[in-house]
Design a protein around this ligand. Structure first.
Ligand SMILES: [Zn+2]
Length: 613
């Protein structure tokens, strides 16, 4: 060591409060994992998860690093490392702590199942906690005051979480579950970081998550803005340093079943490394930055590093094969996306190919009947404009292969009772099925956005039994496709929020499917399926940030298809689970007699007038 460096070291040491232990040492000496809340109760041992040592030590006051991020797979103990920080602060470092998790229910669970039992298991810490009602109860659920500080636990989707006083220790857990924006005040990650400003260089921010979609993932942004460390270990054969990259695993399988033990192949000598060699390798491992010199510490760790007894390579590979099967046989990527995010700790790259109407050249086919026999359920989706309603009826078969049935434009302002009467008549009709019988629309979703929300809500009021849903798209990119929990409309009835960005990703996958089978879209030889229709259907593109935007002003056909899919999902029907007896939902033997239909219409019409005046 150079003399200057030596001097610097002792200088730093002189200002370091002597009673403080570095976090990994603190955890090994003081941390107890409560029974029932941990797979390995009792004394904490950093040696079980060697990769956590450096992460924890960067979180200690001994390190100058202010921002520490971890992009991670599941079952690695990262959240326990965050808990170690909390208890280390309570016991030795002191100061205000804010822990933010995605939602209130996650926070409640974490407080009840992890934090409170852990405090009770550590008498020294329990004795410095201010108890809410009974002595020794571990403090209140969301706020734990202790001698020298306080722990506040909040959730990411309310700005109330970020109104607290200055924070020295900020833990943002599972940030890819955070919304883009909280109550119009900006990103919850930035709101949280702002709270630490007054602590200057004494602040510590710990951000962790499994990643999600490339370009949108919060943890990916944090990791990119760091020194990007990966955990390298010596190869037992050649001693060169390797890290567990997905591409180096050898998986042998037949018919999506493992046929041999999963091994890791050394990049340098080609040797096959077995999982039982992992503990030795990990004990001799070290973090190596790929972006050395950056002020933020970033760590990337996949589930392949999970310690023996938690999750095995074979288990991870079996999950991969299951996802691969779904992808290759059903054309769905949901499981693979999840696997890549939670096991490989990698972001998912959405296909970004822009589709144009030409992919539908020659797509029209003659249908033997308006509803081909493969169709099991029919839904409708309606897009509302100020001067018309456009509506599409779609038949769905196994694995969301679809058959378009009809596309209709009802001209007239949706606030006019006559326009809505025509819409209702259209939705009440039935369609002839190949091989006999007729089929009714099982569910419909009607867009309530824009200037006509009042009239659409009133129209849908009392039509929930017919599964006619008033829907609106959420602007947030990460809203779930459908939520069956509706909200109340101020005009009466219930309204349903759609995660249109997800739904559009799904429709895009269908539009891009060019061979009959799962997800493929069939079209009948009908005038309504014109070149203009297909231009609209392919009229949006996905930007690099994952959001959809229009390439042209009119895209109603695309929107209608999004609403048809939403109606299918909102109705909750699981097409592949339909038995032979109810194989076609909505099939009726004969059309109801006309007078009865008329009577029904008149009654509804009267209801509207009353409702509006
Ligand atoms: Zn080797």
């Amino acid at each position: 060591m150079m003399i200057a460096e030596k001097f610097k070291e002792s200088f730093v040491a002189a200002f370091r409060p002597v009673q403080h232990q570095i976090l990994s040492e603190w955890a090994d000496e003081h941390r107890r994992l409560p029974r029932g809340a941990s797979p390995e109760p009792g004394r904490w041992r950093t040696s079980r998860t060697p990769y956590l040592k450096e992460i924890m030590d960067e979180l200690s006051p001994h390190s100058k690093t202010q921002i520490v991020s971890v992009m991670k797979g599941t079952q690695l103990g990262i959240t326990e490392a965050a808990n170690n920080l909390i208890f280390g602060v309570m016991d030795q470092y002191k100061g205000p702590i804010l822990m933010v998790m995605p939602t209130e229910s996650v926070v409640k669970k974490h407080s009840k199942k992890k934090i409170t039992p852990a405090i009770k298991a550590m008498p020294k810490i329990n004795s410095i906690i201010k108890h809410s009602k009974n002595r020794g109860d571990g403090g209140s659920m969301f706020e734990k005051e202790f001698i020298g500080g306080a722990l506040t636990m909040g959730w990411s989707n309310t700005n109330a979480t970020f109104r607290s006083d200055s924070i020295q220790w900020l833990i943002l857990d599972d940030v890819d579950g955070f919304p883009d924006d909280v109550d119009g005040e900006g990103s919850p990650i930035e709101l949280g970081k702002n709270r630490t400003d007054s602590f200057g260089s004494k602040r510590k921010i710990f951000i962790n998550s499994t990643p999600t979609v490339k370009g949108i993932s919060n943890i990916e942004k944090e990791f990119d803005d760091s020194d990007q460390r990966y955990f390298y270990m010596p190869c037992p054969e050649c001693s060169e340093m390797v890290h567990f990259e997905w591409g180096q695993f050898r998986i042998t399988y037949e018919d999506y079943q493992l046929t041999d033990e999963v091994c890791f192949t050394c990049k340098h000598c080609g040797s096959l490394i077995h999982e039982h060699q992992k503990p030795w390798m990990m004990a001799n491992g070290k973090w190596i930055p790929q972006n050395q010199g950056h002020q933020n510490a970033g760590f990337h760790i996949s589930s392949f590093y999970s310690p023996a007894g938690w999750v095995t390579w074979d288990q991870i590979a079996r999950e991969f094969l299951k996802a691969l099967k779904q992808m290759e046989t059903e054309g769905r990527v949901t499981m693979m996306k999840r696997w890549k995010n939670t096991r490989a700790a990698m972001t998912w790259e959405e296909e970004n190919t822009e589709v144009n109407e030409r992919v539908f050249d020659g797509r029209l086919e003659p249908y033997p009947a308006p509803v081909p026999k493969e169709v099991r359920v029919i839904t409708a989706g309606a897009d509302t404009q100020d001067d018309r309603i456009e509506i599409e009826v779609v038949g769905w078969g196994d694995f969301e292969e679809s058959w378009s049935i009809d596309y209709k434009v009802i001209n007239g302002d949706p606030k006019s009772p006559d326009t809505l009467r025509q819409l209702d008549e259209y939705l009440l009709q039935s369609f002839e099925v190949e091989g006999g019988g007729r089929m009714r629309i099982h569910a419909a979703a009607i867009d309530r956005a824009g200037h006509r929300a009042k009239y659409i809500d009133t129209f849908c009021y009392n039509k929930l039994t017919r599964r006619i849903y008033a829907v609106f798209g959420s602007p947030a990119i990460d809203t779930q496709p459908v939520t069956t929990r509706s909200t109340k409309s101020k005009y009466g009835g219930r309204i349903f929020k759609l995660g249109v960005n997800y739904l559009k990703n799904d429709i895009h996958a269908k539009v891009s499917t060019n061979a009959p089978g799962p997800n493929y879209m069939h079209y009948p030889e009908k005038e309504c399926y014109s070149l203009e229709y297909f231009k609209q259907l392919t009229g949006e593109r996905r930007r690099n940030d994952g959001r959809w935007e229009g390439k042209r002003p009119r895209v109603e056909a695309w929107d209608c298809r999004v609403y048809s899919l939403a109606a299918l999902m909102l109705s909750g029907v699981k097409i592949e689970r339909l038995t032979d007896r109810n194989i076609k939902l909505g099939v009726i033997k004969e059309v109801e007699s006309k007078p009865k239909q008329k009577q029904k219409k008149e009654r509804i019409k009267k209801g509207w007038v009353d409702g509006w005046k």
